[in-house]
Design a binder for this molecule. Sequence first.
Ligand SMILES: [Fe+2]
Length: 163
Amino acid sequence: MAKSSAKVTKIHANPVAESLQHLLKDTYALFLLTHNYHWNVEGQQFVSLHTLFEQQYTEMFAAIDEIAERIRALDAYALPDHYAEMLQAVKNLSNPLNKETDKDKTADRMIANLIALHESVVKSSQAAKKAAVKAGDDESQDMAIGRIQVHQKSLWMLKAIVK
Ligand SMILES: [Fe+2]
């Protein structure tokens, strides 16, 4: 009993680590979705979207590792109890492939889902930045600012594609 409560304490070691755990979960969900759409996108924009999604999931894969290792540096565990929530974020979106429609509309629906998740990652990054500022944790603040910049840039690109 004592052992498990010690573990809980370590999981939520500090508010910065906790905010980074949420950022990690949200980034992972977006990574999974982007990778999936890289495989499944079709239509006239196939080549450009297939390539753009690859650039985005590759960048996120590296970032996920950085965020997770920052959480460990803060003496907390990375993604300890967020797996179900992470998959739920993807499941909550409508699946563009389930709809009988033309391929270009499917691609637009994929982009709309990606925009929604990028926006939620920006919010998680902003929450992490706020927690880091409050704690005087410059390194986590710097990481959070970097993530905000990346996801805002991705949002600009994705929004520029949809009509
Ligand atoms: Fe690929």
